[in-house]
Structure formats: C-alpha cells, structure tokens
Design a protein around this ligand. Structure first.
Ligand code: SF4
Ligand code: SF4
Length: 273
C-alpha cells in the first residue's frame, strides 16, 4: 500500500509543480498580441483567399500591424478596405487597382482539335501528366476545370471545353492562376477591355493545324495597337497591360481571330473571359 501512496504523491507533486511553472511562464513570459490585429482582421473581408500572399485575413492583419506591410494587397477588400484600415492605424492607404482573372485561350472544342481521347480523372494536371494532355495545342486550355474547382466565388465555368471567367464575380484571389498546369490564367486590370486570348508560342502554320482561333505571329495587331500596347513574344502577340489598349480595330484586323474585346467586338466571349 505504501508504495502506491508514495507514487501517487510523487505524480501529484510533479503535476502541481508543472502547473505552477506554466502559470508563472504565462504571467511573465507570454507575448501579448496587439489588440489592433483583431480589429484589422474584422475590417478585412474574411474571404481567407490568400490572394494577399499570406495564410488568410488574420495572418495578413498580423503582418499589417506588426510589420507595416502594404495595405493594398487585399483585392477583394479593394481601396475602400485599405482606406478604412489606413484611417484606423493612422497610415497612408494607397489605391488598390481592381484586377480580374482572364484565361489566355479562346480555343474551345469547336475551334481547337483534341488529338486523343482522355479518359482519366477530371483534373487538368492529371490530363497534362498523361502524355502532355489531349489537346492538339500544347499551350491551350485543357478544359477539365481545375481552376473552376478552386475558385472560392464560382467565377469560372467550363464552356465547351474552355475555362471562362465571369469578371463580375472574380475577386482576384489568384487561386486559379496557381492551379492551372498550363499557366494560362493571368490577373489583369479590370479596366482593360481588349485581350489577346492565345498563349501558343508556335509558328503560324503549326497553330493553324490545331486551332481556328490562335495567334499566328503575323504582327498586324502591333501596327494598330495604341503606342506599343501589344508586343511580340516570339510568335505570340501579348497585351502590355501597363498601357491602355483601346483601338477596337485590332479585333477586326486579327487574322487569327484571337483578339477579343469586352466592348464592340466579340462581346460574349470577352465578357465571359
Ligand atoms: S476566377 Fe480565379 S482569381 Fe477570380 S476569384 Fe476565382 S479563383 Fe480567384
Ligand atoms: S484554364 Fe488551366 S486549370 Fe482552367 S480548365 Fe484550362 S487548363 Fe485547366
């Protein structure tokens, strides 16, 4: 009996000593979190999308308060949210440029050929890993919707084998950008209305073989674009989104039919893209 009492007293004593040590550590060694972090977290939209580059809204709030990081990194919150946080913290806000995602491909299943039948799981990375994907164009959208599945606001739909972004819903979190195995999705200024919806770097004849709406590298658009707003990357025309491209003529002049406009030109496709 005596050994049992002794060991019980020992274990109890150790427990009490540990509890006392923890209480002392809590009192004297714990680091108190700045109460402003909670307030800033509440001011952020709570989307927890990670588009700011941090693990979530609370993590971004912590960095804002503790490390003075830029207030303009929250796309869903926009300028209004940045201004409110700036006023609360007594800092300068800066403007948040509204951006949206765009899929740089317009080769749906009526325009782009499939070179094989893919019967694997519905996932773009898996399709890509299966002999480089089933699409004839090795740059184009595979259409298995990995981007749509990660979008937190259901802004992406797969229409006829092609991903399309609803600009009115997109909060520019960038999740789709990260997941696309073909690196086809880009965040661009929401105000931009004319886009080259192709990513193929192949020469014109090779592009034409696999897609009816691809850039053939003819350079015609660069002559009609405003002041260098379209530049060539090898055989591919690319919009320079730091410039303002407004000349709708580029849409009609493109023999590859891959320049689309949210305005007059190809309204339906561009608005969805
Ligand atoms: S479309 Fe892309 S960037 Fe826009 S909200 Fe969805 S995942 Fe985020
Ligand atoms: S844009 Fe990329 S992730 Fe989305 S369906 Fe096309 S290939 Fe897949």
């Amino acid at each position: 009996m005596e050994p049992i009492i002794t060991s019980t007293l020992c274990v109890g004593g150790i427990g009490l000593a540990s509890a006392a040590a923890l209480a002392v550590a809590e009192k004297y060694l714990s680091v108190k979190e700045d109460p402003r972090i909670n307030k800033v977290t509440e001011m952020l939209p709570g989307a927890n999308c990670g588009g700011c580059g941090y693990a979530g809204c609370a993590d971004y709030a912590r960095k804002i308060v503790n490390d003075n990081v830029d207030l303009t990194l929250c796309a869903p919150g926009g300028s209004e949210c940045a201004a409110a946080i700036a006023a609360f913290l007594g800092r300068a806000a800066g403007a948040v440029e509204k951006r949206v995602a765009i899929v740089l491909c317009c080769g749906d299943d009526t325009e782009a050929v499939r070179r094989a039948a893919y019967n694997g799981i519905t996932d773009c990375a898996a399709a890509q890993a299966t002999a480089g994907g089933d699409k004839g164009c090795t740059y184009g959208c595979l259409g298995y919707g990995s981007c749509a599945r990660v979008c937190p606001v259901d802004a992406i739909a797969i229409v006829n084998g092609l991903a399309k972004v609803d600009k009115t819903r997109c909060i520019a979190c960038g999740k789709c950008v990260d997941v696309c195995p073909r690196k086809l999705i880009k965040l661009v200024p929401a105000a931009a209305e004319i886009h080259v919806l192709c990513s193929s770097k192949d020469k014109g004849p090779a592009v034409k073989k696999v897609c009816g709406t691809g850039c053939i590298g003819c350079r015609i658009c660069t002559k009609f674009a405003d002041d260098g707003a379209i530049v060539m990357d090898g055989f591919l025309a690319v919009v320079d989104y730091t410039k303002r491209l407004t000349n709708e003529e580029v849409v009609a002049k493109c023999p590859g039919h891959c320049i689309r406009s949210d305005g007059a030109g190809n309204k339906e496709t561009a608005a969805a893209s």
